[in-house]
Design a binder for this molecule. Structure first.
Ligand SMILES: *Cc1c(COP(=O)(O)O)cnc(C)c1O
Length: 334
């Protein structure tokens, strides 16, 4: 794996810290939990989209683009980080927000990431839930072209084989950190949504031959669809790295039971996970992604799964959206 072969620009704060979660491990009675702090990637609050954007921006700038075009849910962390990356390089940023949750709550619609998108200069437009978002991006790109500008279209979550290179690099970085401190990692746990994070990790680990299992906790799609999406993208990403054959289907594991009632809908398990992480480790998770993954991890730990293992939780970020869920969290903070 030789990532310098791919265009990339540098703005992420790397390497992100790898820290023990001793008090959380103790509270759950094991396994031995560590956290990879990708909430600290540094771009306007950070999060997992930043690593992907280094490679996506590398390509956009090489192509001479002057406008980034992307989409997400209303409280998208990806939209915020993309708007910040655009600002950083003097590009315009057109964002299509899907009203996926169908809520008119003022905090959700105006606060959190939405407020930050606007502050960062992102141009927002909204479309109803269920809109064909790829087609919507193409329409915006066409509009941008008609104005004589040059769009670079980034898929939802930055999840294609270019963006996923960021997580192949994260796999390499994590293994190097663990090796330097003599830490044997038995398993990596991550939230998995648009799939680039999960797929990039699996591809990177497979290509370097590290053979650490990755366990995804789904946030939206059912298990079969999620695993198929991750698998397809992991193969593409590994192929880009010259070794598509090294990703096998059984390497892809996603448990989507923690989704609960649906994307972006939090339940008591999520609230408890948010409180636990905050009050044992001072870590801020979010109710849509990292909090759902932590809900899954807490459940597994309590069932004695992975007992005796060393498990690394990839903190994908999301706390910048918390203010958008003020009313949702009210009544669940005690
Ligand atoms: C986007 C996001 C994820 C999911 O990552 P994917 O690469 O889309 O699967 C997880 N956590 C947070 C906070 C996110 O913003």
């Amino acid at each position: 794996m030789h990532l310098a072969r791919f265009p990339r620009v540098r703005f992420a704060h790397l390497p992100t810290p790898l820290e023990p979660m001793s008090r959380l491990s103790e509270a759950l009675g094991g396994p031995s939990l560590w956290v990879k702090r990708d909430d600290c990637t540094g771009l306007a609050g950070g999060g997992n989209k930043t690593r992907k954007l280094e490679f996506l921006l590398g390509e956009a700038l090489r192509e001479g683009a002057d406008t980034l075009v992307t989409h997400g849910a209303v409280q998208s962390n990806h939209a915020r980080q993309t708007a910040a990356a655009a600002a950083r390089f003097g590009l315009a940023c057109e964002i299509v927000l899907e009203e996926r949750l169908n809520t008119d709550a003022e905090d959700y619609n105006l606060s959190g990431n939405v407020l930050l998108d606007r502050l960062l200069g992102g141009r927002l437009r909204r479309v109803p839930a269920g809109t064909d978002m790829d087609a919507a991006l193409e329409r915006v790109a066409e509009e941008v072209r008609a104005q004589g500008r040059r769009p670079y279209v980034i898929p939802g979550g930055g999840s294609n084989a270019v963006g996923a290179l960021g997580y192949a690099d994260c796999a390499r970085e994590l293994v190097a950190q663990a090796d330097a401190q003599g830490l044997r990692i038995d398993r990596i746990v991550t939230a998995t949504g648009s799939a680039g994070t999960h797929a990039g990790l699996v591809a990177g680990l497979a290509v370097i031959g590290a053979e650490i299992p990755v366990h995804g906790f789904g946030v939206r799609a059912p298990k079969e669809r999620q695993e198929a999406n991750v698998h397809a993208l992991a193969v593409k990403t590994a192929a880009r790295l010259g070794h598509g054959d090294r990703v096998r289907r059984e390497m892809i594991v996603a448990d989507c039971d923690c989704v609960g009632a649906g994307y972006g809908i939090a339940d008591e398990g999520v609230f408890e996970a948010l409180r636990l992480a905050a009050r044992t480790e001072g870590l801020l998770l979010d109710p849509v992604y990292s909090g759902k993954a932590m809900k899954g991890l807490v459940d597994y730990a309590r069932k004695g799964r992975w007992a005796g293992e060393t498990v690394v939780f990839l903190h994908t970020g999301g706390a910048q959206g918390l203010a958008g869920y003020t009313s949702v969290l009210e009544g669940h903070l005690e």
